[in-house]
Write a protein that binds this ligand. Sequence first.
Ligand SMILES: [Zn+2]
Length: 765
Amino acid sequence: MRLSPTADRWAAAGCLIALVLVAALQILLQAPPRPETADAPAREFSAARTLALLQSWDRAPHSLGTAAHDAVRDGILAQLRDLGLQGTVHAGTSYLPLQGPHFDAGYVENITAVLPGTEPAGKAVMLVAHYDSVPRGPGAGDDGANVAAMLETLRALRAGSPLRHDVIALFSDGEEAGMLGAARFVAHDPLRPRVGVVVNFEGRGNAGPSYMFETSRGNSWLVHEFAAAHTGANASSLMYAIYQRLPNDTDLSVFKHAGLAGLNFAYTGGFDYYHSPLDSPANLSLRTLQNQGHAMLAMARTLGNADLNHPRGHDRAYFAPVGHALVTYSFNQMNAFALLAILLFIAACIVGITRKAVSGGSLLAGAGIGLLVLLACAVSGAGVWTLLQWLHPGWRWIPQGQPYRPVLLGLAILAWALLVASVIYNVFGRRVRAAGLGLGALLWLLVSAVALAEALPGGAFGFLWPLLALLAAWIVIFFAPGAGERAAFRQGGLLGLGALPLALLLAPLTWMFLMLLPWAQAGAGLAVFALVLIALSPYLVRLGWKLTAAALALCMGLGVAGLARNGLAAQRAQPDSIVYREHWKGTQATARWVSYDPAPDTFTAQFLGARPARDGRMLTASAPALPLPPPTAQIESDTAAHGFRTLWLHFASLRGAETLSVELQPGMIPLGAVLNGEAVRLDPPSKRYPADGIVWGFAYHGLTPAGIDLVLTLRAGQRFRLTLTDALFGLPPVPGMDPKPRAAWQTSAPFERTDESIVSADYRF
Ligand SMILES: [Zn+2]
């Protein structure tokens, strides 16, 4: 057979396309399944049945202290009754001691139900989802879907054969206000000592595949049970490493801190709906619900029959090389794998040089050019978000730091990296032998894999296994004799085979980085993608400027299409924030409008004017003092004994506010504090919370008209200033002002204070 002079170019193009398809197939294999209909067998989880449950009570935002919250609580209790289960409400004041001197507190009402097992005396499996929502979103994805899924799971468990262990369902409250329900459960719930393992279910959005993204430490037995459960959820120990970089926490953080073992499941697609007024049951993905609910039922069945008296094991890395088939190994093996990678790299270089397939110089050139590509991708990636905000100024308001519809633009960013790499290889790589380029560039994959194996063992797999496969491929290529076109053709094919783990593991991880992290950090994602590209540099060089042209066309086409699909609309609204703030000094009130936006928009300008003043990260403008009645403080008792002053204060909001904040004057920490009968842990000043400038206080969520009681223990004779601030959802009517509501393409900011009236007053005691 004679090969045409361009045969290996066709082979290179074919291999690249095949690798892209393999990566895409992997992402498709990990996509959520088809939802089960309402007539699915009774033992199965059905998304359709679950949605019907959710729709019966999730109609409005239901944060702590609202009437809608009580309606949701009653809806869950009624559905538990329908299942023949007794729902118990454990209500009371809770606070989160993990937060330091300035903490969240509130009145929470946890709901628990117990499905008895055949060994009721032993440890129990606890499923957790929170039923409160944020103040301005109905919270169907976060976390109503998981609450309804728990009800459907309890039903399916009852329909099947009984489990060994009891299953506790905890419908936790006040998660959005600072994981208050979980804190209350850990501190007071009579079921707390029975818990053997916790499985928490969350939503950061309302779509996409379900991920098991977090475990407690010493996870070997948990990972084993997870693999045995065949949940259909995606899992990789790298996700947890990424999660730790995100500003998110869930109830599981509280349970883990209390020493409980546990797993955490969440979906992260549809981030634009997260905490948004549009996070309603109608917008929830049924596939996602099926994925998450199936995982919940499978975990409950598996753990319900597992041995729960496990000592904490060692830590394991885990990932799915294809679809959901899980591979796991101990962190203790990481050093051996890292050493193997180093030895194999050295061996490949020696074999290549002795077989005269590469020279030392070409290996060095390969490493040098690879580094140039890495740096160029990282630096240009770091500027992507700034560029997009310049092209699309409205995105300066978007808090998640990436566009609402990120897929096309994400692909455009990857095409940009390909363009950068292709140009650099065309300019600098043409005179270097392809094997030197490809093998030399693997130095950076080796450095990444070894560094991660030491620093972040759970995240190393995505780098380590592709590297080992590529090194093996190069050694085979060096031993395969021959020269000329046919050999080049064969080498291309062998490299493609060796690059399969790269396509299966590292390429999807790059995509996950890009879809999960704010694009201000896109440089990190592109640096990882650059590792993929430089490993494939022999193809890039072979395809020359044709590839450059294709990458440019892709980047431009995807970029333009991505921008066009992201115009502002009701589903992709521009968030803004506006708050009325009033402060009382003595009998005088002053007021101002406050916004946390980069600039006024057409809605907020009605309050702020066109040129508001800037105060730190706030925009402010003066407002008429209405005035609104300030929160009140009343001395119930004030006694002195044994050198201590004990001051019992009662606080209330005369205008029915949902939240009340209490702050002592800066630098002052009480000797003791009891909030509504709950003793508050007082950490002494530390490096993390230094004494000067510290503000001790709390925000109390879910305030009732009865108000709250705070008993402070102080040094005898100690006098101080205290600031009370209450917040009521909704902007107050202002005489003479008739503001137009937001346009369809505008919405209230999901993560900032907005659409509230806030009134504060200083008191001296
Ligand atoms: Zn949540």
